[in-house]
Ligand binder design. Structure first.
Ligand SMILES: [Zn+2]
Length: 250
């Protein structure tokens, strides 16, 4: 739990889909005085948590940005963890874009065909958020913002408000000017920056982001979802880059 009134964010994974540079797939642990939750859940989640002695039992919910494997493929293993390693009775909530409930179960049964949702012995609640939808869990207000990362499915950025603290997470997205407004005066802007200068598809490149930096007024900017080329340049940049184990107190 964070100290009274504070919010702690721990980087559990900071790489793109390729575990570039030997880093883990994206996942972020947020601990408030009331709630403990994940933002994104890449397939390396359990390894990252257990390497750091972090308890999966404490988690209340996860907010998934979009249905690409490097962001949600850790879910089946987390559900298994709650079935066998950390038997759970209290509900667990999975927040994400439209379609997440069906996709999560499809993935679960693809990986473990002898299990099904009926065999999960604790309540698993899904909340599917469309663009601009808001929901509240415990002390966390969640605002979903659609970003243009995918064409046929909805990709979300999140604005998370906990008391007086505010976190903005870009999810995966190319640069959009709305990030300037969303992250205005935010305590933390966790912004993807997959590439340095070569195009990596619908993602942010450093060469695109750098000219925007003077417009940002967030209290702390941390770049994440770093690809190979970006990781190689990270030490040269005057901007903080995420790495596993980095703990940010807001
Ligand atoms: Zn990704």
């Amino acid at each position: 739990m964070g100290a009274a009134g504070s919010v702690d964010v721990t980087i559990l994974g900071s790489s793109d889909a390729f575990c570039s540079g030997g880093h883990a797939h994206v996942a972020y642990l947020v601990e408030t005085g009331v709630s403990s939750f994940l933002v994104d859940c890449g397939p390396t989640l359990l390894m990252s948590m257990k390497q750091r002695g972090l308890s999966t039992a404490a988690l209340d919910f996860v907010a998934i940005s979009h249905l690409h494997g490097d962001h949600f493929a850790g879910l089946p293993f987390l559900i298994l963890e709650y079935m066998y390693e950390q038997p759970r009775e209290r509900p667990f909530v999975i927040v994400g874009p439209p379609g997440i409930e069906a996709r999560a179960w499809t993935l679960f049964q693809t990986l473990y065909s002898d299990l099904s949702r009926e065999t999960v012995p604790f309540p698993l609640e899904f909340r599917e958020l469309d663009a601009e939808a808001r929901t509240t869990i415990g002390d966390v207000e969640i605002h979903a913002v659609q970003v243009p990362h995918q064409v046929d499915e909805v990709s979300l950025a999140y604005e998370l408000t906990i008391g007086t603290k505010r976190i903005v997470y870009s999810g995966d997205s190319p640069w959009i000017d709305r990030f300037v407004d969303l992250s205005r005066d935010a305590d933390l802007f966790l912004c993807e920056c997959t590439a340095y200068e070569r195009s990596m598809g619908p993602h942010i490149q450093w060469k695109t982001l750098e000219p925007q930096l003077s417009k940002l007024s967030c209290r702390r900017l941390v770049l994440t979802h770093l690809g190979r080329e970006m990781r190689e340049h990270a030490h040269e940049l005057d901007v903080e880059c995420a790495t596993e184990g980095l703990k940010i107190r807001l």
